[in-house]
Ligand binder design. Sequence first.
Ligand SMILES: [Zn+2]
Length: 314
Amino acid sequence: MSNDARTTIVWSDTYQDHETGSHPESPERIAAIGRALREAGMFDDRTVLTPDPATLESVLAVHAPHVVDLVQRAAHQGGAWLDPDTYVSPDSYEVALLAAGGACRAVDAVMNGEARRAFAFVRPPGHHAEPEQAMGFCLFNNIAVAAEHALNAHGLNRVAIVDWDVHHGNGTQAAFWRRPDVLFISLHQYPFYPGSGSASERGAGSGEGYTLNIPLPAGSTDQDYHARMLDTVIPALHAFAPDLLLVSTGFDAHTADPLAMMQVTTDAFAEWARLLKDAANELCEGRMVLILEGGYNLRALGESVVAVLGALDE
Ligand SMILES: [Zn+2]
């Protein structure tokens, strides 16, 4: 056990090797986070772990083989657009495996007692990637792979995922749609990309009621999010009683974000982190893993990451 009070970081500069040209989901996002963390002294007195690539087995626990084959082939043939939003560059297959592996490394650290909490700063992001299809800047669904890894490799019974990225986590929802062992809660701008995420989408079969969508109109504020955290998200977590809490940590609800239309401030992200940390402390001995998703204003992204880590370290 080392540096138990401080949130462990999973970090690799290799996440910048997924090249996307002038795309908003750019390598510069990781560079900007690195600069902000260094300037705030956030790498000091903290455990920083280096990720390994996810095993093919762990990715195939979420994705159909043809999804993995397509990303590998597109990358190794020199790069290709999978859809108008989603680019694969020559190194993207290896980087995508490293992103899923970084999420799994954070889970391992928390489950092995190396860390109480961990934040994996990975890209490409993952929550739009569906079992049958890469999409929406996302190649493999990092948080879904991490949840399956927690269930399969660490023998957990129940994993909760809170997705506060401004977009609906359609891929994560699809992965666990019929599953009662993974609670998926998403707060997102609605209607908005990718189109799914209405409150009537609640899972199916034995998974009915284990998908919880909280659609929010464009222009929603800190107060709007705070109210839904208190009246819906936290009570749902208590009712479910997870063994581990995972967070799809996007920063694109920020008022400065160029892609979305919410009015959330940097302080709000810190407050959500505090609320979820308290829930994890009460429900699952603090076991909490944050995994980077979106966030496209580089200044807001850096500031918000520093604010969230600061809140978690309190
Ligand atoms: Zn997003």
